[in-house]
Design a protein around this ligand. Sequence first.
Ligand code: ADP
Ligand code: ADP
Length: 219
Amino acid sequence: MLELRAVTAGYDKNTPVIRDISLSVAPGESVGLLGPSGCGKSTLARVAALLHRPDAGALVVDGTPVRRWRHRAPREQRTAFGVVFQQARLSADPRLALADLIAEPLRATGRREGVAGRVAELAATVGLTADLLSRRPHEVSDGQLQRACLARALVLRPRWLVCDEMTAMLDASTTAALVRVVEDYRAATGAGLLAVGHDRVLLDRWCDRTVEWATLTGH
Ligand code: ADP
Ligand code: ADP
């Protein structure tokens, strides 16, 4: 279970961006979180993925309350999450070839053997050809880069996926392809999903249930 309990968070303590938000995702469940731009969805997604420490409330992952965040979080908690953002170009290291981008979490967790094979396997899964793997982010399209970011998010076989406007920059066919990759992965592994976005049609089609931002606050 992924549980946000009465979470308040922001970028300075006096002006919280999200207040008293509670939301749970059951194991294997997919939950869409729908809200207008600027309401705080990305902030919530970052809290849910251990990337942003809340000012109040708690995040409980598979029964364990999170006490340390970002690089200070224990490895077994960090590696339970795969995260994909809207802004692939901002989050991807511009110096890394796509193959190294995908491999980075493997290397960061000390894996030395079978890295190339695992990268090739994931490239096939997300639909990246071998010639694209040697290119850097500025040498590929938004869709190709987002495919690599999704591969990177899956490379450690996370139990939880957090997708923050993953497809907002993409055309309909690339959107459908990436949603399919996520759903195939979830079907194979039982991973849970929190998908944040503003597109009701997409989230309703993609997720088991869609939650409106407005219903999360003020309880
Ligand atoms: P959404 O994802 O729903 O568009 P965000 O969580 O990105 O919303 O932003 C919510 C609010 O927090 C906005 O007013 C935004 O300007 C502010 N905000 C987001 N990121 C930062 C940041 N790094 N520093 C300060 N304010 C931020
Ligand atoms: P701090 O501000 O706490 O020093 P950093 O900005 O250096 O933290 O990032 C800390 C950790 O957050 C990274 O080691 C990484 O695990 C995680 N992180 C940051 N950005 C991303 C991202 N785009 N995708 C996945 N993990 C990220």
